[in-house]
Ligand binder design. Structure first.
Ligand code: 13P
Length: 286
């Protein structure tokens, strides 16, 4: 199955009301766990590399491996740059073969966000690459694992502004802020489903939920029913893998090899991706 774009992989998700899981990888192990999980569930998947992870690998070696792994997969896979913060990094991702990029201008003033996104869209679309942008701002950070993050309601997405933003930029998917944060929450998340409903009825492009970790199964099903089509998920998978590694060390009282740890962590990560895919209701492309 060839590499597909974000636009292609989400092309039926709005009408059929399901979400495709989008999972971040920082190295080979997670790439394999994510793609294998989708293969075992026989559904499409979005493999993401976030800008913050690009420095962890030698891209000249890593990207040919990732692209080859995707080409050898029987399921459609979109390769997406997560949280690109500049025009330059998006162009670099396009050069390395990504089929989709996120340009995240969500902390910029509205006009600057529009200008940056337009510039990326112009180049990306010429290259057949999809673009995701964010309006409003989903806060938090995967780094805040100890303290967690709080939701800032003042940065929720405003529907009238979102309509204008999509018209002005011609993006392929829009990340919206409705009450999630990246990483771990301080307290329980409270999502604004009414706002999501309004956004869904005002916009007819795929909507993206960042900060997928930490919601209840009911929340996932509800955000999908109310119009989310791509759910970004990372921290949960990473923490589950770490917990499995700790457990393996404890079970064998430290007498084990490094690869035993890797195998234990990745098996857990794959299991969780499969579970999330099921809850997100991802369907095969028709
Ligand atoms: P979590 O780490 O909270 O799952 O969020 C992932 C994400 O939104 C990446 O863009």
């Amino acid at each position: 199955m060839p590499l597909v774009t974000l636009k292609e992989i989400l092309s039926e998700a709005v009408a059929k009301k399901y979400a495709v899981g989008a999972f971040d990888a920082a190295e080979h192990g997670f790439v394999e766990a994510i793609i294998k999980a989708a293969e075992e569930k026989e559904v499409p998947v979005i493999l993401m590399l976030t800008e913050g992870f690009l420095g962890l690998v030698d891209l000249d070696n890593f990207m040919p491996y990732v692209l080859d792994r995707i080409r050898r997969s029987p399921v459609p896979v979109a390769l997406h740059l997560d949280h690109g913060t500049s025009f330059e990094v998006c162009v670099k991702a396009i050069h390395y073969g990504f089929s989709s990029v996120m340009i995240d201008g969500s902390t910029l003033p509205y006009a600057e966000n529009v200008a940056l996104v337009k510039k990326v869209v112009e180049v990306a679309h010429l290259c057949g690459v999809s673009v995701e942008a964010e309006l409003g701002h989903v806060g938090g950070g995967e780094g805040d694992l100890r303290t967690g993050s709080v939701v800032d309601k003042s940065s929720f997405t405003r529907p009238e502004e979102a309509v204008r933003f999509v018209q002005e930029t011609n993006v392929d998917a829009l990340a919206v802020a409705i009450g999630t944060v990246h990483g771990v929450y301080q307290g329980a998340p409270e999502l604004d489903f009414e706002l999501l409903k309004e956004l869904r009825s005002a916009l007819d492009l795929p909507l993206v939920l960042h900060g997928g970790t930490g919601l209840t199964e009911q929340d996932y099903r509800k955000v999908v029913a109310h119009g989310i089509n791509k759910i970004n998920y990372f921290t949960g998978m990473s923490l589950a893998a770490v917990a499995a590694v700790k457990q393996a060390i404890e079970d064998r009282e430290g007498y084990l090899h490094y690869h035993d740890l890797v195998i234990a962590g990745l098996a857990k990560a794959k299991e969780l991706v499969k579970k999330q895919i099921e809850v997100f209701g991802t369907q095969p492309l028709g």
